[in-house]
Design a protein around this ligand. Structure first.
Ligand code: ARG
Length: 561
């Protein structure tokens, strides 16, 4: 049990407040010398009509516990100072006994579809889609650790008027061999060319539209081309997913919902929610809001209608307890509309739909745009990251075994970690050199710290020494800082989960790594004395937690680097 929970239990034995409330009230004393936790007694003054100083004094007088070196009243506070040796011993025992299951907890259960990644076929996957992929993946791993059953859904952008344009472009300039060799690059080139040419020659747009009509009508040539584009694009995306180590439970994209929209439109009509506005079919969103468009004036359906159909389909298929959409900030309004329309339809489960937005990645402060061909190619980014990591490994550890695998784990891990370490709604700049550094707030720094811990354990084993938990008597400040951080891990996971915020875990892993490196710099771990096996236990526990934190982020932790 963590020490904050112990404080809660102790306070609960003395005051008539629910544990949850006590848990919220507990503070960190401003001055560390005052202790590790403080219960503010003035929270009770109104209820028991006594003065807070008196209340604090009487609570403190009644409490005794070997887990705390002191429990004393200071003014209106009851301050608790952790017994260092106890915390270190108990925490190391827990981590070593539970191993990678340390931090597992039961915060909920049931299916949670996560709509994530969802790139658009025939276009390169953008940095935004990368963000969605890695944030969604980390949320999935974290939800699993606390009892839920995440279902990762890739809602591919595989339908829409742009495919009419693409077919038209392919008919003009397409070369089958090129598409086979490098599908996305080639298709994207045609698409960009189409836009350039259409500016000079507006007839092209009409041609694109008519190809889209054919596609909708099931014209064989149009459908075959579209299917081919989808297939080759998906194969390209899957290569990137494989590099990232991310898998999906479903690839049902927009096209899957083609025949599932009419029933939704009918239902909206039947529930009297749909009305006409300038030839389009819309749902009212309340007085100061624009109505939500369901069917366009030319009869074609839109993005929102598909998402309505998809949400209802997922409810019927998965009976979810929550559903999460990991999609950029810029689509916030869309998800407000989605939830509002579902609620109007009488679907109260819409309250359990969460849009998890994230900020933009810029390069040299500039926004990236696919339309203008101003994109970062993810394949290239990952390759460059791996080769940069490889170069650093070559310098630091030229004799390392499995160098290529390690360079891959470090390079790709660096990109993923960088994407997750900032609060997700922040915008940030992407600079590869910065991302792959072995020092500073980077993934490689955390990986390197873990590898250092592993190397200590290997050296110890050669000396015939192993981690052991009998007779731990560590109480130096460096050990305490590490152990306290280890003890925080379960709460960190809960917080990350509650806010759908992987950065909580990423920042935690950096903090733990820093504390461990201070320990490493200040304590002679391998000195042959009574406490060597206890120190090794601390090293091993750190490695277990760093590895598990990285795993929750979707980053591998090589044992050597
Ligand atoms: N394909 C869309 C895009 O690239 C993202 C789809 C997000 N998911 C959804 N159900 N709307 O912008």
């Amino acid at each position: 049990m963590d020490f904050k929970s112990k404080v809660v239990d102790l306070v609960a034995s003395q005051v008539d407040l629910p544990k949850e409330k006590i848990n919220q009230l507990i503070e960190r004393p401003k001055n560390e010398k005052m202790g590790d936790y403080a219960f503010p007694a003035f929270a009770l003054a109104k209820i028991v009509h006594k003065n807070p100083v008196e209340i604090a004094t009487s609570i403190a007088a009644n409490l005794k516990s070997a887990d705390f070196s002191t429990i004393q009243a200071v003014g209106p506070y009851v301050n608790f100072a952790i017994n260092h040796e106890k915390l270190i011993t108990q925490t190391l025992q827990e981590v070593l006994a539970q191993k990678e299951h340390y931090g597992d907890q039961k915060l909920g259960e049931g299916n949670v579809p996560i709509d994530m990644s969802s790139p658009n076929i025939a276009k390169p996957m953008s940095m935004g889609h990368l963000r969605s992929t890695v944030i969604g993946n980390s949320i999935a791993e974290t939800l699993k650790k606390v009892g839920y059953n995440p279902i990762k859904i890739n809602h591919l952008g595989d339908y829409g008027t742009q495919f009419g344009k693409l077919i038209s472009a392919y008919k003009h300039w397409g070369v089958e061999e090129d598409v086979k060799k490098d599908p996305i690059m080639s298709l994207f080139k045609y698409y960009v060319k189409f836009h350039e040419e259409a500016e000079k020659n507006p007839e092209l747009d009409d041609e694109g539209r008519s190809w889209f009509k054919k596609l909708e009508a099931g014209d064989q040539e149009a459908v075959e081309l579209w299917q081919w584009f989808r297939e080759v694009s998906l194969a390209d995306f899957k290569r990137i997913y494989q590099e990232l180590g991310v898998t999906f439970d479903s690839y049902k994209g927009e096209a899957f919902f083609n025949d599932k929209m009419q029933p939704v439109i009918d239902e909206l009509k039947q529930k009297k929610l749909l009305h006409e506005s300038q030839g389009a079919q819309v749902v009212d969103m309340g007085k100061d809001e624009n109505p939500a468009m369901i069917v366009k004036s030319d009869g074609t359906s839109i993005y929102l209608t598909r998402d309505l159909a998809a949400a209802i389909y997922r409810m019927n298929t998965y009976h979810f307890v929550k559903m999460i959409y990991v999609v950029g900030n810029e689509q916030s309004h869309h998800f407000v509309e989605l939830k509002t329309v579902l609620k109007k339809m009488g679907y109260d489960w819409a309250d359990e739909i969460y849009h998890v937005p994230f900020g933009l990645i810029t390069q040299n402060g500039k926004k990236l745009s696919t339309r203008k061909g101003n994109v970062i190619f993810l394949d290239q980014v990952l390759q460059d990251a791996v080769s940069l990591a490889g170069k650093q490994i070559e310098q630091k550890n030229p004799d390392l075994a499995h160098k290529e695998q390690v360079a891959h784990d470090v390079g790709v891990g660096a990109v993923v970690f960088h994407d997750l370490k900032n609060e997700r709604t922040e915008n940030f700049d992407f600079d590869l050199e910065e991302v792959v550094r072995f020092e500073g707030d980077t993934g490689p720094y955390v990986q390197y710290t873990n590898a250092r811990a592993q190397s200590v354990l290997r050296k110890a084993a050669k000396l015939g020494q192993k981690p052991n938990l009998n007779n731990i008597a560590l109480n130096d400040d460096w050990s305490f800082a590490v152990a306290k951080s280890l003890a925080d891990f379960p709460r960190i996971i809960a917080r990350s989960c509650d806010k759908f915020e992987p950065s909580v875990i990423a920042k935690y892993s950096l903090d733990l790594a820093k504390k461990f490196n201070k320990y490493y710099a200040n304590v002679k771990i391998l000195t042959d004395d009574q406490q060597i096996s206890a120190r090794l236990a601390l090293v091993q526990a750190t490695s277990i937690v760093l590895t598990e934190a990285l795993r929750l982020l979707g980053v591998n932790a090589p044992k050597e680097m």
